[in-house]
Design a protein around this ligand. Structure first.
Ligand SMILES: Cc1ncc(COP(=O)(O)O)c(C=O)c1O
Length: 408
């Protein structure tokens, strides 16, 4: 498996890991790098809000730093943060989740990578519901695993649907895990509780792991029957020792992308294994940053309400403006903070997004970055101010009109 790609770069004759050298640059990065450093580009390509982390969270971290929390610390997170995460899980989902089932990680990204390191041997595959954030696929490949995709189907009039039977039929004897990201990036699709139950049942019977990426769980625009505004979680259905690892992050709900704090919820028997992996990868997360995360959990609900309102306004603005363009097909997503739309005749969205960035100064993410089901779509992150979004939308509109009048 360590093939020619080890020697394919001039000057690197001594070789690289085949897994690393074989990873393509993601098309999102390719668009961003094509205009890197241009301050005039309106950036709507990455998945983050334009809000700075709230004051009370920053202040808590600053207090930790001032108090001298500058030493090596607990591999799986300071006890107070794990206790706060346990309480948070109980409060949000009504599920008892003892601290030995929780491990803190360096962001959701590392949560994904640690889970892949823990579960996969070279040649194992992971069945992934797509379109999917490309770093997830890359994490699987990095540990010499193979991604196998099951694409969501488009529903007429908007939205997405998972064919569960197709998901189950894709599993083979090298499958170690099913990866579900719900609410989904880039689609905003949400798996229902019934679907989660069916997947859990299947995983139990077939002795497979479920990796459930729930980093957008708090960013939904629909209420559940009981009035709660949170996406259905596998945690609500699973037994403590089920083959389930839930991946989560502080990045999206509390505007903390730069902090790099996430967490895993897993069977308690995996705790020591994760401690080992954290030791080797990062040796833990700065203790003073974890003080900020505790503040987010304990006092951050009103900020999430504000964030959801802001995203909802952004979603509406983007929907109104883009759906008014004759060539655009767009639906309001139920959750997360992305519009995933298509423009008639635009097939090569990588080339189109590069052109948009260079000529029209607006940064969007090309759909082919997100694997099967993503092609022909374009992702726009609407977690921004109305002002920034309007500026970006003016430019998209100009590009779409120019395209229509040139017939290109
Ligand atoms: C689906 C999904 N999972 C995980 C992450 C990782 O987030 P972070 O590493 O910032 O916590 C992202 C970030 O965009 C994401 O979209």
């Amino acid at each position: 498996m360590l093939t020619d790609s080890r020697f394919s770069s001039p000057g690197l004759g001594a070789g690289l890991s085949g897994a690393i050298a074989g990873l393509p640059e993601t098309p999102i990065a390719e668009v961003a790098m094509s205009v890197f450093g241009d301050p005039d580009v309106v950036p709507l390509w990455f998945g983050e809000s334009d809000l700075v982390t709230p004051d009370f969270i920053r202040a808590a971290a600053a207090r930790g730093l001032q108090a001298g929390e500058t030493f090596y610390t607990w591999q799986r997170g300071v006890p107070e943060l794990r206790a706060a995460l346990s309480a948070y899980t109980g409060r949000i989902y009504g599920v008892e989740c003892p601290v030995d089932r929780i491990s803190v990680t360096t962001g959701g990204m590392q949560a994904i990578l640690l889970a892949c390191q823990l579960l996969l041997d070279p040649g194992d595959n992971v069945v992934i519901v797509s379109p999917i954030w490309p770093n997830i696929t890359s994490a699987v490949k990095l540990v010499h695993g193979e991604p196998k995709y099951v694409a969501l189907d488009r529903i007429a009039g908007g939205g997405w649907k998972l064919d569960l039977q197709r998901l189950f039929d894709t599993v083979d004897d090298r499958t170690r895990a099913i990866f579900v990201n719900s609410p989904g990036n880039p689609t905003g699709w949400m798996m229902t509780s019934d679907e989660q139950g069916a997947v859990l049942d299947f995983a139990r019977r077939r002795r497979l792991w479920i990796m459930a990426d729930e980093v957008y769980a708090r960013l939904t625009y629909v209420r559940r029957a009981d009035g709660r505004q949170v996406a259905p979680s596998f945690l609500e259905l699973a037994r403590p020792d089920d083959p389930l690892i839930v991946l989560n992050s502080f990045s999206k709900p509390w505007a903390m992308t730069g902090w790099r704090i996430g967490w895993l919820t897993h069977p308690s028997a995996l705790g020591d294994q994760f401690a080992k992996l954290v030791q080797i990868n990062t040796s833990g997360l700065p203790a003073f940053l974890q003080r900020g995360a505790i503040a987010a959990l304990e006092k951050g609900d009103s900020f999430i309400i504000e964030m959801v309102e802001r995203c909802q306004a952004g979603r509406e603005l983007v929907f109104q403006r883009l759906s008014a363009l004759p060539a655009v097909t767009i639906a309001r997503p139920e959750a997360a903070f992305y519009a995933f739309f298509s423009i008639d005749g635009v097939k090569d969205t990588l080339a189109f997004c590069k052109k948009l960035a260079k000529n029209y100064k607006v940064g969007l993410a090309p759909g082919e970055a997100f694997g099967p089901g993503g092609q022909g779509n374009i992702r726009l992150c609407f977690a921004s101010s109305a002002e920034r979004l309007s500026k970006g939308l003016d430019r998209i509109e100009a590009a779409a009109k120019a395209r229509a009048s040139s017939g290109a």
